[in-house]
Design a protein around this ligand. Structure first.
Ligand SMILES: [Zn+2]
Length: 75
């Protein structure tokens, strides 16, 4: 029962404030045809790559799943 707000916490669930568990990196096809990717990611979707990687996090408390752009990973 820890209700302290941790500003600057990295992986708190936006819905219930629980801890998010990293599920790993998943790759999704951009395909180059779905305009939604461009709306969301702009130039990232313009890089010409067919696959885009997201870090997947899941909340154990409420089941919310979050996708994040992995930054500074592997390079
Ligand atoms: Zn949650």
């Amino acid at each position: 029962m820890n209700e302290g707000r941790s500003t600057g916490g990295t992986d708190d669930c936006l819905r219930c404030g629980g801890a998010l568990s990293a599920m790993g990196i998943e790759q999704f096809r951009t395909g180059g045809t779905s305009g939604g990717w461009k709306l969301l990611f702009g130039e990232m979707a313009e890089l010409g790559e067919e696959m885009i990687s997201f870090a997947v996090f899941a909340c154990r408390d409420c089941g919310r799943v979050e996708l994040r752009v992995p930054r500074a990973i592997g390079s």
